[in-house]
Design a protein around this ligand. Structure first.
Ligand code: JHZ
Length: 392
């Protein structure tokens, strides 16, 4: 049932930024599989959540204007469209979404205590716990049914999806709404963004696979929205099957048609994708080596989890990309996981003495290019591997 289609090699924990470079870091096989029955794409090796989502988790959603805006816009939509009495966010990170709501009506769940603390300090009730059935039971006892549950870029990080949706369905009120958003498999395949796969991303969702998955838990998608965030994501609006007050939007049908047109339900599509990924690697290495042969400097821009996949899969070291710049305090002065490449604090003039910048955060290309007009004006160039490796 699970068919192998791509090997991205040995990869370190994507968000494990180390203070000192260690040659022998723990690395895990990153192999991708397509399930011919339920059409789910997943990675093989499952790392325990406790190893990945620690009390020093460095990723903060508040670091980009794009994400702050996206959560703000959604909060306005939720208030207007669904008017929920209470809301729960699974994976509330540093509170970028929940702080758009009244403190009395929203609860956050965030296992990484360093992040949960940030929201708690602002007066928002945040449980520093992993999402599971036991927690759902406790929440129900304490707060009753929940009207709206939201989760962005979290559920694909949890290995046991049956457990995840069983717990959600249990806690959600009869007329309740579940909204989830995660990177879109269709966009990943179209953009050859193989770096959406790393050990935290156990699954990559499509409308087809989510529909198949949630059926068992008395849930169905009634609307979807394609988003530009994280390189192309889908927001799924989900309800209980017996709630007939809400009509199923045509957009869902169209999305599934599109996904089928693109072949997301067939193994051969993933085999073709794998070939493109190999070409992307070859071309990226050719570009970097050619630039270096002319004695020009290259840094990385945005020390993303995605960039960790690229560096480790393509075997890119300090001799090709000398450092990365990033704004996240938790990443600064540490090393890219698995690599001898240091992360430097981003400053306004960080790029002025640099010739080329590899877009680790290619998903924020618009925001970054806008910010770095001075660099481009003085002849600086960005390098990207999305949708194909090139200089822009
Ligand atoms: P960004 C993380 O992936 C991990 P990553 C996680 N598993 C997940 O699912 C997604 O997020 C949602 C920096 N930056 O969002 C900030 C600048 O320095 O693409 C971040 O470190 N300057 C939870 O890591 C990084 O880039 C800037 O101007 O792939 C962006 O990380 C901007 C815009 C960003 O997620």
């Amino acid at each position: 049932m699970n068919k192998f289609f791509l090997n991205l090699g040995k990869q370190p924990l994507a968000n494990n930024y180390l203070k000192f470079y260690k040659k022998n870091q723990n690395k895990y096989n990153l192999k991708l599989f397509f399930n011919t029955k339920n059409k789910m794409v997943s990675i093989s090796k499952r790392i325990p959540s406790e190893k990945m989502f620690t009390n020093n988790y460095p990723y903060r959603s508040s670091m980009s204007k794009t994400m702050r805006n996206s959560f703000y816009e959604l909060s306005k939509e939720i208030k207007k469209r669904f008017k929920p009495k209470n809301i729960l966010e699974i994976g509330s990170n540093d509170g970028t979404f929940i702080t758009n709501f009244n403190k009395k009506n929203i609860i956050g769940i965030e296992p990484c205590n360093n992040l949960a603390k940030i929201t708690s300090k602002k007066g928002y009730l945040t449980y520093s716990k992993y999402w599971n059935y036991e927690l759902a039971k406790k929440l129900k006892e304490k707060h009753g049914d929940i009207n709206l549950i939201y989760s962005a870029n979290t559920l694909t990080h949890i290995s046991n999806l049956n457990h995840v949706f069983k717990s959600i369905s249990f806690l959600l009120s009869q007329k309740g709404i579940l909204i989830i958003e995660d990177p879109s498999l269709l966009e990943c395949i179209k953009k050859v963004s193989y770096d959406q796969f790393y050990n935290e991303h156990i699954y990559l969702f499509s409308a087809i696979s989510v529909s198949n998955l949630i059926k068992k838990f008395n849930l169905e998608i009634f609307d979807i929205k394609n988003l530009e965030t994280h390189g192309g994501s889908i927001r799924y609006y989900i309800k209980k099957v017996e709630n007939k007050d809400i009509k199923i939007s045509n957009k869902l049908k169209k999305q599934i048609q599109n996904e089928k047109k693109f072949g997301l339900h067939k193994l051969v599509t993933y085999e073709k994708f794998a070939k493109k990924v190999k070409l992307s690697k070859k071309n990226l290495l050719d570009i970097l080596k050619k630039i270096k042969s002319k004695n020009k400097s290259i840094i990385g821009y945005g020390a993303t989890a995605k960039a960790v996949t690229v560096l480790n899969y393509c075997n890119i070291n300090k001799n090709l990309i000398k450092s990365f710049v990033d704004t996240t305090p938790e990443k600064i002065n540490k090393y890219m996981p698995g690599k001898d490449i240091k992360i430097i604090k981003y400053k306004k003039n960080s790029l002025l003495k640099i010739d080329y910048a590899f877009l680790g955060a290619w998903n924020f290309k618009k925001e970054i290019m806008e910010k770095e007009k001075k660099f481009i004006k003085k002849g600086g160039r960005f390098i990207t591997h999305i949708p194909s490796s090139r200089i822009i």
